[in-house]
Design a protein around this ligand. Structure first.
Ligand code: CU
Length: 223
């Protein structure tokens, strides 16, 4: 019996070791604001110093930003430079999606259902989305110069996994970020076989103007 327990212990230890090496190049990031409160929907991204790493990475070519109950879903979408974004309209009414941002100016005039073609985001930077009909509909596409990114959850945490070995600048962007993502940069070296690293970002925020939502039968009033 004792031998069996020992074998079980050995197996458990082997499994733990296997897990550690499998998650070798993992970065766990936490983003807080100047009041130490977690920041949700922040994009944490790692830019490799050796850009040849980017050639071997497979990334999705298309992604959706939906419109449901007169809101964009999700609020923040991170994409790798060059990705196509579809803007399906899941409501029964028409929306008119646009952006005036430098990284992408576009307009999809009043439509229902799926637009004819997606919008290609080929320039890195933030793209603020709006709807011409519903002023409160606001959302963002953040176009990353790197395919290694993750968006923080409600606890301000995000995990970047399967990073190829090498040196990176890890940066943060958020709609409320005061200053440039480059100013948030932290240099990190990752190597397979090492334990996950933890990064802490404290960002300065600016106030975002957001119009009140009009009353709706489904939301039960203003929000
Ligand atoms: Cu709309």
């Amino acid at each position: 019996m004792k031998t069996l327990t020992n074998i079980a212990n050995c197996l458990a230890i082997s499994l733990i070791l296997a897990c550690v090496s499998a998650s070798a190049a993992t970065l766990n990031a936490e983003v807080v604001n100047s009041k130490d409160k977690p920041v949700k929907d922040a994009v944490v991204y790692a830019v490799p110093e050796d850009s040849s790493v980017l050639k071997s990475v497979k990334t999705p070519k298309q992604i959706d930003v939906d419109q449901v109950d007169k809101e964009f879903i999700p609020y923040v979408t991170a994409v790798y430079q060059g990705t196509d974004v579809n803007f399906p309209n899941s409501d029964k009414i028409r929306h008119h999606v646009y952006s005036f941002s430098d990284a992408k100016r576009f307009e999809i005039p009043l439509y229902t259902g799926a637009p004819e073609k997606p919008v290609n985001f080929d320039k890195a930077g933030e793209v603020a989305l709006g709807c011409n009909i519903h002023d409160w509909m606001k959302a963002y596409v953040f176009v990353c110069e790197s395919p290694f990114f993750a968006t923080t959850d409600a606890s301000g945490k995000a995990s970047l996994q399967n990073l190829p070995d090498g040196d990176y600048q890890v940066r943060v962007w958020h709609p409320t970020l005061r200053g440039k993502p480059e100013d948030t940069g932290q240099k990190v070296s990752v190597a397979s076989g090492s334990a996950p690293q933890s990064l802490h970002f404290s960002i300065r925020e600016k106030k975002l103007w957001r119009p009140w939502r009009a009353p709706s039968s489904t939301s039960g009033g203003y929000r």
